[in-house]
Design a protein around this ligand. Structure first.
Ligand SMILES: Cc1cc2nc3c(=O)[nH]c(=O)nc-3n(C[C@H](O)[C@H](O)[C@H](O)COP(=O)(O)O)c2cc1C
Length: 170
């Protein structure tokens, strides 16, 4: 993941999350929340995931070991949780999009402070048992696990979508 220590300290993380939360948010519902997984909490959260897959078919010792180190791949992980509120006015879709904006805003803020970020979902997002183990309620979803740390190398350029083929005029 190329994210080494140091990650943001408590004060920096507080500032990053406050910046990340400054997103378009129809109805000012704040339909998201943040779960910080850093320090020794990384071991506890990883162990919770390992418990989830421990006895699954096809899971061997190597996989169990890998999952036991899941959150230790970076100094800090911020789980951005999409937490839609019942609203007669604001569709759930808009609330989910707002959570996506939070994830990207968190990455922009982290880069502005000299850190780097990686927005991943991976299997825990799509495994209800994992979501429960990480403390999500049934109506909540993981918008992203945003991993934060100090970049060990510059971001590689990659193939970009052909934007011109995706633009039309109505
Ligand atoms: C919602 C969302 C989920 C993502 N989940 C993953 C993932 O699980 N695994 C992965 O390799 N990349 C995932 N990505 C892509 C990475 O964030 C990133 O774009 C990719 O690693 C390429 O890096 P770059 O965009 O800096 O070039 C996801 C992106 C988004 C927007």
């Amino acid at each position: 993941m190329h994210l080494a220590a140091p990650g943001p300290n408590a004060e920096e993380l507080d500032a990053l999350i406050k910046l990340a939360a400054r997103v378009p948010d129809h109805g000012k519902l704040g339909p998201w929340r943040f779960v910080v997984i850093d320090g020794e909490a990384r071991d506890r959260a990883s162990a919770a995931l390992e418990q989830v897959i421990r006895n699954d078919e096809g899971v061997d010792d190597a996989r169990r070991d890998f999952v036991r180190g899941w959150f230790n791949r970076a100094p800090t992980c911020v789980m951005v949780v999409s937490s839609p509120r019942p609203s007669p006015k604001v569709p759930e879709w808009e609330q989910i999009l707002s959570a996506g904006a939070v994830c990207f805003n968190l990455i922009l803020a982290a880069h502005a402070l000299g850190f780097a970020g990686s927005w991943l979902t991976e299997w825990p997002t799509f495994d209800e048992r994992a979501r429960t183990a990480l403390g999500l309620a049934s109506q909540e979803r993981v918008a992203g696990f945003v991993y934060l740390g100090t970049p060990t190398k510059g971001a590689a350029e990659r193939v970009r979508a052909d934007v011109s083929a995706r633009i039309s005029r109505y």
